[in-house]
Design a protein. Structure first.
Length: 474
């Protein structure tokens, strides 16, 4: 048994549990159709059933879960709904936090992240932490410390990264919600691999503290992964800092740009091109206007600037750990690609760092201008089907490793670097694999994406049900 105490639930309850999204579970608990403890037991039983196949959960915190059940009032809007927490940057007091790294593996958190604190205040019950790549530096979740997390639709393929454990666990019904973060696609890529709604809010709208108000120099943002669109939208409203965002009219005819080609010269797999074409036809049926257009930006310089910021942040994260441990990191405590980022970050001057931030702002001015003239950008979510486990290795040569990540997901990072909201949503299946598209909008026009997604959802298959994977499946 993977988790630390024996659940009291029964298989019939578990089968009902995995059919429920956040809202459905919360209503069942409020109406006393099921107790919060029984729901937690169902989550534990489901984890014990499918985690040996997936390796989505890497740490459990049942004592903390029971403490939350005891200390919460019981009238919170989502009281008793189980929550999974990403084991990267999302902390729980007294619980280990490994960041997917051997160098961080024995850390015990002395604080709880603001995102987790807010979710607990809404009634959610954290009970385990999910698998991530080391320091979030990969589009697949295959750290040396924890091993690969597998895609529930095809166990030979990746679940994506860096919020891969969260995505795999939510898609199989271990919990209806998990925390996630996105610095280059780390919510949207796993969501696309696992058939979930993947939303990256505008930077600064969701909690990032208590240690900083800016993640990855403004390129990363915290949020959650859910199976249902209604859960994602409701949690967005609950988590954002108080401010007035533009309210879209569902009856407005939108001007939508379908971007032609990738943001770099990489091939796009035919299922994603088919998904874009089908989505384009649906949008036309909804009355929206579609225009095809290429995006002319200096992608080479944008990539170099983003790499500077990522390397500087990686070095800083490791340096802080060195200071806490009172010793230097050794080569065998980091994966090769992380060591490369660490070395490159150490050599970056303050001037180079600030110039990189300034250049990114300047280079994206044409894109921000474009989004003042149009409403939504449409792209594929990925350029390739989910990679086979082991296909992307952190011991690859640095430039080759970056190129392989880019060939897998050339569409997501632009929205981080430009600080734009973006959403991926599944629209079709190809050989049992979910295929997603991506929608992007102007800064703080997050609600427009939810509005458009709700229109599309009415014309698409239902992807909100958990995958009924069992230990009998190979």
């Amino acid at each position: 048994m993977f988790l630390s105490f024996k659940p009291l639930g029964n298989l019939m309850l578990v089968n009902e549990y995995i059919r429920c999204d956040v809202h459905a579970l919360a209503q069942l608990i409020k109406k006393k159709k099921i107790s919060a403890r029984e729901v937690l037991d169902c989550a534990l039983m489901r984890a014990n059933e499918v985690n040996p196949l997936l390796n989505a959960i890497v740490l459990s915190c049942p004592d903390f879960a029971m403490k939350c059940l005891k200390n919460l009032r019981g009238d919170e809007p989502y009281y008793g709904v189980p929550l999974l927490v990403k084991d990267l940057g999302h902390h729980i007091t007294g619980v280990r936090s490994t960041e997917g790294s051997r160098f961080f593996a024995m850390n015990s958190d002395i604080f709880t992240s603001d995102l987790v604190t807010k979710l607990i205040s809404l009634g959610f019950i954290p009970f385990a932490k999910t698998n991530t790549p080391e320091l979030g530096l990969s589009y697949v979740t295959e750290s040396i410390l924890h091993g690969p997390c597998r895609n529930p639709y095809d166990l030979n393929r990746t679940c994506g990264g860096s919020s891969g454990g969260s995505a795999a666990a939510v898609s199989t019904g271990i919990a209806p919600i998990a925390t996630a973060s996105d610095g280059g696609g780390s919510i949207r890529i796993p969501a696309s691999c696992c058939g979930l709604i993947g939303f990256k809010p505008t930077n600064g709208l969701t909690p990032s503290g208590p240690l900083t108000n800016e993640l990855w120099s403004g390129m990363a943002v915290n949020f959650v992964l859910t199976r249902s669109l209604r859960d994602s939208e409701a949690l967005f409203h609950e988590l954002i800092t108080p401010r007035k965002l533009p309210m879209p009219s569902p009856k407005k005819v939108l001007n939508i740009i379908r971007l032609e080609g990738a943001f770099s010269p990489v091939p796009i797999a035919s299922p994603y091109l088919i998904a874009i074409h089908q989505t384009e036809e649906l949008l036309k049926k909804l009355g929206h206007r579609i225009q095809k257009r290429s995006l002319v930006l200096d992608f080479k310089t944008i990539g170099e600037c983003a790499l500077t910021l990522i390397a500087a942040n990686t070095f800083t994260t490791i340096k802080i750990q060195e200071m806490q441990l009172k010793r230097k990191v050794t080569l065998d405590e980091l994966e090769p690609i992380t060591w490369d980022f660490y070395q490159k970050g150490q050599a970056i001057s303050a001037f180079e760092y600030l110039i990189a931030k300034r250049k990114l702002y300047q280079l994206f001015r044409p894109l921000h201008q474009l989004l003042r003239e149009t409403d939504v950008i449409l792209t594929p979510a990925l350029a390739q089907l989910p990679l086979l486990v082991g296909e992307l290795k952190t011991e690859d040569e640095f430039a080759d490793y970056l190129q392989k990540n880019l060939e897998f997901s050339p569409f997501t990072s632009l929205f981080n670097q430009a600080d734009l909201p973006a959403m991926t949503m599944p629209v079709m299946f190809h050989n049992y694999l979910p295929i997603s598209i991506q929608l992007g909008a102007a800064q703080e026009n997050d609600l427009l994406l939810y509005s458009l997604a709700k229109q599309l959802q009415l014309m698409l298959p239902d992807f909100s049900q958990a995958i009924n994977i069992t230990a009998n499946r190979s």
